[in-house]
Design a protein around this ligand. Structure first.
Ligand code: G4P
Length: 535
């Protein structure tokens, strides 16, 4: 019973957006409204400066800070809210994709001026893979943006999801009046530059009620009535089950920087967002309410201090109860492990915990036993699914610059790629090491960390590949034939899966035409057809 009660309290989610749409601001405001922080500015420091491509210390410093802010937990209205932070910089997108496997839902922030941007589409593709429930927050309504109906069309077209507005904006930009909450029958009036956390609301269940004109000028009321009439006619009524199945996304309008629409979002989120439920392991589906503990590692963070090689593994609890000092089963290593200093991340601070429940994310000190994707259980051989690798976009060969430190280089690369900083591919003959990333920034981070944490020196030689495809064949023989005929473009990932490295789309098309028996997959999770998203 206690377990069920704890689970029903948990809401674990991530806030995602294209850089600059307002993710950091909204996160901060949710923490403010949730009572987790008292002042604005606390979350800002987590942002990696957008221009930083060579300031290694800055990257390091900020990575360090982000350990503490990686998970932000707080209690609000009887619920335990766990916000999982995702890096703002696009070069760390892979980190964000992995974090999305550890949440039960997401809030997607869209800038009303820019609409759906590139990163928004990619992130949404990852959400669709797992049918993650999504709430959309259209931000910056205090600025002159796109027409709300056009924005909704754009969301449906580009994000390939049905949407259903739950609030509707009354004008925008300089004349922004606020929103009408169709879900609650409430008017929420906008006050620019507001610092307080209250919202100025009025109950208006029927829009035809003249009372509304006490709050908003008639010309805006007329337009609102017209718009809402259209919305009710065009969009299906909101259905919580469809939202929870990831088929329809409720939409809110607001302005995070002005503390507007945030409380409304938080309260509706708590009402409709799903609690931790079941999760798919390779062996079976595990229900969160099962008594036996299980969880998986979705992120590993290195210690900032080079004298302390230990790392923090972030474990998402999927079922049962985690307890400090209890022996659990590390399924990949086939051995028992226990943790004396597990931490939770409440209100931005790390604290030692005695126990944790499904939906919680805890930090485990790791002296090298964890890889991303590892599962812990209470004895059962379980492997949680769902941490696929996505194709990197930049590929470089590692060249050792200090022959006496070859071992350190090897170890460093091994460990950094286990942390998920980048992907490692090996090419034969010669055991050539190829690092694949989604952004240039990672190469700076890797080089810096290899030197400072492992004492190894290396250079990177650019390669002309632009995409990696995991390959399978109709038959083993056909696959092997393909591999030997295209050897210079074949490499192996860390699990020894063969990968075809393509220079461009045209080349891939040619190859596909010539080798019909070979199948090219965009993620490493190719056994699951749903994972075939183009990123
Ligand atoms: P991100 O994490 O998604 O990258 O975005 P972030 O919250 O940092 O917001 C990006 C910029 O947009 C910030 O301005 C922020 O103040 C602004 N912003 C966020 N919400 C709103 C909003 O509702 N209305 C308006 N008009 N602006 C908003 P900046 O100039 O880049 O940073 P700062 O100097 O304000 O901190």
């Amino acid at each position: 019973m206690e377990l069920e009660k704890e689970i029903s309290k948990r809401r674990t989610f991530a806030i995602i957006s294209h850089p600059d749409a307002g993710k950091t601001t909204l996160t901060e405001k949710l923490l403010l409204f949730g009572g987790a922080i008292n002042t604005a500015g606390a979350v800002k420091s987590n942002k990696i400066r957008k221009t930083a491509t060579s300031d290694f210390m800055e990257i390091e410093k900020q990575r360090g800070i982000s350990v503490a802010t990686s998970v932000m937990g707080f209690d609000y209205a009887g619920k335990r809210v766990n916000i999982l932070d995702t890096p703002g910089h696009k070069d760390f997108a892979e980190d964000t994709y992995r974090t999305l496997t550890a949440v039960d839902s997401v809030i997607l922030v869209v800038d009303c001026i820019k609409g759906v941007e590139e990163q928004t589409e990619k992130l949404m593709a990852v959400c669709r893979m797992r049918s993650t429930p999504v709430i959309i927050f259209i931000n910056k309504m205090d600025r002159e943006g796109k027409d709300p109906f056009d924005l909704l069309d754009e969301l449906q077209d580009k994000l390939k999801i049905h949407v259903r507005p739950l609030t509707w904006p009354i004008s925008q930009g300089e004349s922004f009046q606020g929103v009408y909450n169709m879900y609650k029958g409430e008017l929420n009036l906008f006050e620019p530059n507001k610092t307080g956390i209250s919202e100025n609301k009025a109950k208006i269940v029927e829009l035809s009620d003249d009372g509304i004109e006490k709050f908003v000028e008639k010309k805006y009321v007329d337009k609102l009535r017209e718009d809402v009439h259209l919305v009710e006619g065009v969009f299906e009524p909101f259905n919580k089950d469809l939202y929870r199945d990831g088929l329809i996304a409720p939409v809110f309008f607001g302005s995070a920087v002005n503390n507007f629409g945030v409380l409304e979002l938080l309260e509706t989120f708590l009402e409709i967002a799903p609690q931790p439920s079941s999760r798919e392991a390779e062996e079976r589906i595990v229900n969160s309410e099962e008594n036996k503990f299980s969880g998986f590692v979705f992120k590993i963070h290195a210690n900032l201090d080079p004298n302390h090689r230990d790392r923090i593994a972030f474990l998402r609890i999927c079922s049962g109860r985690f307890e400090r000092n209890k022996f659990f089963f590390h399924t990949r290593l086939d051995k028992k492990v226990r943790f004396t200093n597990p931490t939770s991340f409440m209100a931005n601070e790390k604290t030692l915990i005695e126990e944790a429940f499904p939906g919680d994310v805890i930090g485990l000190y790791d002296n090298g036993i964890f890889k991303i994707g590892d599962t812990l259980s209470e004895g059962e051989m379980l492997h949680y699914k769902g941490i696929p690798s996505f194709s990197p976009e930049i590929f470089k060969e590692v060249e050792n610059r200090d022959p006496f430190k070859a071992k350190q280089l090897e170890k460093g690369i091994q460990q950094l790629t286990e942390e998920g900083v980048a992907q490692l591919f090996t090419q034969q003959p010669g055991n050539r090491k190829i690092i694949g990333t989604v952004g240039e920034l990672q190469f700076d981070v890797i080089k810096f960390r290899l030197e400072h944490e492992y004492g190894a020196k290396c250079e990177f030689r650019s390669l002309s590949f632009s995409k990696a495809y995991w390959i399978t064949g109709d038959t083993e023989v056909q696959l092997n034939q393909f591999i030997s005929s295209r050897n210079s473009a074949i490499a192996y990932d860390k699990e020894e899966n063969p990968v075809y490295l393509s220079e461009n789309e045209w080349m891939l098309k040619m190859i596909k035409n010539s080798f019909a028996a070979i199948h090219f997959h965009t993620t490493s999770e190719f056994k699951n057809k749903k994972s075939e998203v183009l990123l």
